[in-house]
Design a protein around this ligand. Structure first.
Ligand SMILES: Nc1ncnc2c1ncn2[C@@H]1O[C@H](COP(=O)(O)OP(=O)(O)OP(=O)(O)O)[C@@H](O)[C@H]1O
Length: 330
């Protein structure tokens, strides 16, 4: 049986006492996240867990999609509260969450070991790996039910936890995930800057297209769209605060549509985004909704939580209070 084993009460990093808990603990490690930097992160975490006498079970993923399967297998075997921590980036957390979403006894968390780590920044609200582990080792005070998105595209049905986007954001995600530069950026521990690098590259080659969006049933036609994102939390693209008003517990998506802006002016969107000023720019429209459908005139990729999940057409609705997570946020 895999339970917290607290043979002796010890102190954690913050000097607080660990509490006993009936929560079972699992780690699912993506060994290829952060161009294999996740392995080093996990080794450090293992040492801390051992020093605190914490009992857990860990699994390494062997292929794409494996983290979802592992989560489902773990949760199907028990009806006790079970905490599954993804060790990796947003893609690994996305898979764990997709495996866990149907199980009310699931609680998910993330040890950030990816390039972007937007989930940790916007929802879990921990500062670094050690902070995340300290939360995981003392979960009781930090469990919260949050909303997730349910997505259907031409290529996939999936749940998402951060955001879904169509347009240049997804094209950049695709390029980043297929780029050898990612290794270099991750080697110098500046993984999130790779999104900025590819944004600047893509800015002059991306072909804008018209899109129709049905936002809670009301049709909006946007011309020459850069991107439309439906967000459950503020951050995307490795730390860009695109949707500052998003909350993961308000049963709503915040939709941001950026359209009909010349190439150079798009740069001002990404400067003003630093203080949320982009929302006041002409042709940066924002909406709140529970359901959104988007159809693009030309094929354009779709990303959800940084995973490419189809192109051209998507439908997404918010599922309120659908999953339990650990968070330091309110
Ligand atoms: N063993 C594996 N072999 C190959 N791919 C895997 C394996 N395990 C998971 N994956 C895939 O690796 C991809 C990248 O994972 P993840 O997003 O966690 O890391 P990252 O790209 O470094 O971080 P971020 O998304 O935060 O930029 C995901 O698409 C996931 O499905």
């Amino acid at each position: 049986m895999w339970i917290w084993m607290l043979a002796k009460k010890k102190t954690n990093y913050e000097g607080e006492r660990l509490k006993t808990s009936g929560i079972e603990l699992y780690f699912i490690i993506n060994p290829v996240a952060q161009n294999e930097g996740s392995g080093r992160v996990w080794k450090k975490m293992e040492r801390v867990l051992a020093s605190k006498n914490i009992s857990y079970q860990s699994f390494f993923t062997e292929y794409k999609g494996h983290a979802k399967e592992l989560s489902e297998e773990i949760l199907a075997k028990t009806d006790k509260d079970t905490l599954i921590a993804a060790v990796g980036g947003d893609g690994t957390l996305h898979e764990v969450m997709n495996g866990a979403a149907g199980y009310p006894h699931a609680i998910i968390a993330c040890i950030p070991a990816g390039s972007g780590n937007d989930y940790v920044r916007g929802i879990q609200r921990t500062k670094n790996c050690r902070d995340a582990l300290s939360l995981i080792m003392q979960p009781e005070n930090y469990i919260k039910e949050i909303d997730i998105g349910i997505l259907e595209t031409n290529a996939a049905d999936a749940a998402f936890i951060n955001s879904v986007g169509i347009g240049i954001d997804a094209e950049i995600t695709y390029d980043v995930n297929h780029s050898a530069w990612k290794i270099l950026f991750n080697f110098f521990k500046i993984g999130k800057l790779i999104y900025i690098y590819f944004f600047l590259k893509k800015l002059f080659t991306y072909k804008r297209t018209d899109m129709a969006a049905f936002i809670d049933g009301k049709e909006h036609v946007f011309k020459r769209v850069w991107f439309i994102v439906a967000a459950n939390q503020p951050y995307f693209g490795g730390g860009i605060n695109i949707s500052p008003k998003s909350r993961h517990d308000d049963s709503l998506f915040e939709v941001i549509a950026v359209h009909d802006i010349p190439t150079i002016k798009l740069l001002s969107v990404f400067v003003t985004v630093l203080w949320g000023g982009h929302l006041r720019l002409k042709n940066v429209d924002s909406f709140t909704c529970r359901h959104i459908e988007i159809i693009s005139a030309d094929p354009v990729r779709i990303q959800a939580d940084g995973e490419i999940l189809g192109d051209t057409k998507l439908s997404a609705f918010i599922a309120p209070n659908k999953i339990r997570v650990l968070t330091r946020g309110k």
